[in-house]
Ligand binder design. Structure first.
Ligand code: MBD
Ligand code: FE
Length: 307
């Protein structure tokens, strides 16, 4: 091979092949490589800058933080906005708004019928009971739906990613009863902050950004024939509520707190004193096909569909 101009090199990179390959992967790779060649040239990226970035990517992957960066750079929310747009076009924008799954979901949490406790032992914060129904967009209850719920501990950390917590701590699923009802006890979680000293916080420091999320609780709601709903609720009053590093706050998902709710009727959850109640119904859509009703997390769904 002889000397190459930049344009000739790019053309070679984008066209060299010994087999057909995957046309979609080829198109996307060509676009990204072309854009990056252009960025390097137009922004005069030095070798030191390039190799520092490559090293950062290696460390990012090794630290398991790819999903933190995608959230912090807005990609998770972008994909939601695009799905909302597709729903608008298809006249299917209805029900509880979707919100990003985030990188911290773990499938396989213990399931309880009708109600569960996420917390164990002494309350680690204000006692919370959240309750409501899963109903479809016609207002019909969805019995036997699975409501997966997960949130961080009092230090803002999530079990599985935090070695100090037991497996599935603050992760449970509730199977709705015949009336579509669910309820669970936990505590009001604090916000989340990206781990200091990590590749993610390195980039955020260089960008002059913080890595805080307002207090929130995650849900994955699934039932046969129902379009799987991934969403979150925000706890009002958090100073980061309109300054989420993951840009995930949405109207309709900021719940109302009912402090000092009398404990009568909540004994089965171990509630004996006034507590904070949140009432929230998940309004879900009927699935148009089986692929919409898998109940899978984003990673598992992508694996099932793309491999
Ligand atoms: C979280 O708790 C979260 O929900 C997201 C989206 C990103 C990082 C931490
Ligand atoms: Fe979270």
């Amino acid at each position: 091979m002889a000397e190459l101009s930049k344009a000739q090199l790019l053309d070679l990179v984008n066209t060299t092949h010994v087999a057909e390959g995957n046309p979609r992967v080829k198109a996307l790779t060509q676009r990204i490589v072309t854009d990056l060649f252009k960025t390097i040239d137009e922004l005069d990226v030095s070798p030191d800058e390039f190799w520092a970035a490559a090293d950062w990517l290696t460390r990012l992957g090794a630290s398991g933080q790819t999903g933190l960066i995608t959230a912090g750079l807005g990609f998770d929310r972008l994909l939601d906005i695009r799905m909302d747009e597709a729903d608008e076009r298809a006249a299917r924008a209805a029900g509880t708004p979707r919100a990003i799954e985030g990188p911290l979901y773990i499938p396989g949490a213990p399931v309880g019928k009708g109600e569960v406790r996420l917390d164990e032992g002494e309350p680690k914060g204000e006692v919370l009971v959240m309750e409501g129904r899963v109903i479809d967009t016609d207002g019909q209850p969805v019995a036997g739906a699975k409501v997966d719920v997960w949130h961080c501990n009092e230090k803002g950390r999530y079990s599985h990613f935090d070695p100090d917590q037991a497996p599935y701590s603050l992760r449970r699923a509730i199977e709705t009863d015949a009336q579509g009802r669910y309820r669970f006890r936990s505590f009001l979680p604090p916000g989340y902050a990206i781990p200091p000293g990590s590749p993610t916080s390195e980039l955020f420091q260089a960008l002059g950004r913080h890595g805080n999320r307002p207090a929130h609780i995650h849900f994955l709601v699934a039932a046969p024939g129902i379009r799987t709903l991934t969403t979150q609720v925000n706890i009002p009053g958090d100073s980061f509520i309109d300054d989420d590093f993951a840009f995930a706050t949405r109207d309709g998902l900021i719940v109302k707190l009912e402090p000092q709710t009398p404990p009568a009727g909540y004994a089965s959850l171990g509630v004996t004193a006034p507590f904070t109640r949140v009432r929230f119904d998940f309004v879900v859509q009927k699935a148009q096909d089986d692929a919409e009703a898998t109940g899978l997390s984003r990673a598992a769904k992508a694996k099932a569909s793309i491999g």
